[in-house]
Design a protein around this ligand. Structure first.
Ligand SMILES: Cc1ncc(COP(=O)(O)O)c(C=O)c1O
Length: 386
């Protein structure tokens, strides 16, 4: 069995044998940032402790004021809404496209007003949203509206010949354990904007001065008792060297790791194409999917319900129901913000399943494909669902 985590061991061992000491020019954090920036073709990167902290510092860098609004998709993991609220903003929920399940640029346009400060787009399940249309919508406005790409579920997928991660003013990624590139918990933020980069770096690193600082001119300044280190308020959201070494080892072989996930997506798609009562995300032209997960979208809720019974009984692997809409979660209701209504999202979410795609063992994958086919056939028979 191919185990992507094993690609990391050589680099992790280096961190261990150095006793966790790094001089900054030998840091795996720096090496990882360089690799990511080169691959996505952006100038600056900040490694972080998670995808959530990456979103949080991205929003902190925008210095949101009371009542500033940030538009986000209605189907996504709730960390996006958390980050907006914790940075002092108000999440405004845009509806999703019926076929891709990604944020609908038309819905975004209808939500923009003078208070709109930013839009967070999410590459849901690994499929980049329509950046071309989103950027067109943004460019119609006189006020600057920032685009933040949340690529927590997406790695090295493209839209119109460019990698997801290179469209927004900032973009964020997650290295949490289910993700294609992983160190258990971690993340990275990318940007081409030097000012945003410096702010994000400081916000995530306890506000330490980083630019043209006295200590860089002369390290002995650190020994003075009147030496001031902290310029702004910030968090400790740093990624450990162990984490950075782990992802660094995988990024070097990312083509192979991603190929496995694409294979899984392709195989699942082949099966569901035989059944008219279930579908998956439409992949638009000049866009490709990176399949962090494979969604099954059932035409009716009762097909979904039967699937949940049968798939488990047939020995299907563990899967998740589609992300609950953040505005239907308790934390959101408790905040007593406004009550959104996103028709497409509400209808799709209750009929959608997220199948996992991290199979690096062909036998196990084959078994799961058979179980999926068997389960769908049983549903077809029961409901005559063609
Ligand atoms: C779309 C999205 N954004 C943000 C996150 C948060 O990432 P993390 O778990 O690394 O904090 C996730 C996690 O799965 C996610 O799916």
């Amino acid at each position: 069995m191919f185990n992507p985590a094993k690609l990391s061991s050589k680099y992790i061992n280096k961190v261990l044998s150095n006793g966790f000491r790094t001089s900054s020019n030998k840091s795996f954090n720096i090496a990882l940032i360089n690799e990511f920036c080169k691959k996505i073709n952006v100038k600056y990167g900040v490694t972080l402790s998670s995808g959530t902290s990456a979103l949080h510092v991205a929003l902190l860098a925008l210095n949101l004021k009371k009542n500033d609004e940030v538009i986000m998709p209605s189907i996504t993991m709730s960390a996006v809404a958390y980050a907006i609220i914790l940075a002092g903003g108000k999440p405004i929920f845009a509806d999703v496209e019926k076929d891709t399940l990604n944020i609908d640029p038309k819905s975004v346009e209808s939500k923009i007003n003078k208070k709109t400060k930013a839009i967070i787009s999410v590459a849901l399940f690994g499929l980049p949203p329509n950046y071309t249309e989103l950027k067109k919508v943004i460019s119609k406005n006189k006020n600057k509206i920032f685009l933040i790409e949340d690529n927590a579920e997406c790695v090295f997928a493209m839209h119109n010949g460019k990698y997801a991660g290179s469209f927004g003013d900032m973009s964020t990624f997650s290295f949490q354990s289910s993700k294609t590139l992983t160190c258990g918990e971690g993340g990275i933020l990318l940007t081409n904007n030097k000012k945003l980069y410096l702010t994000c770096k400081m916000k995530s690193n306890l506000g330490y001065y980083i630019n043209n600082h006295n200590y860089k001119k002369n390290r002995l300044n650190l020994q003075r008792t009147n030496f001031r280190r902290h310029e702004i308020l910030g968090f400790n959201y740093r990624l450990s060297e162990l984490g950075a070494a782990a992802v660094y080892g995988q990024i070097k072989k990312s083509t192979k790791i991603i190929r496995y996930r694409l294979q899984v997506g392709k195989n699942f798609k082949k099966i569901i194409n035989n059944y008219a009562f279930v579908t998956t995300q439409k992949i638009p032209k000049r866009t490709n999917h990176s399949y962090w997960a494979f969604p099954l979208i059932f035409k009716k809720k009762n097909y979904y319900e039967l699937f949940t019974k049968l798939f488990n009984k047939n020995g299907g692997d563990f899967y998740y129901g589609c992300w609950m809409l953040p505005y239907k979660e308790k934390f959101y209701k408790d905040l007593k913000f406004y009550k959104p209504k996103c028709k497409n999202a509400e209808s799709i979410q209750e009929r959608t399943i997220q199948l996992k795609t991290n199979y690096y063992n062909h036998r196990e994958l084959k078994k799961q494909i058979k179980i999926l086919d068997k389960t769908l056939k049983q549903i077809e028979t029961k409901y005559n669902a063609r």
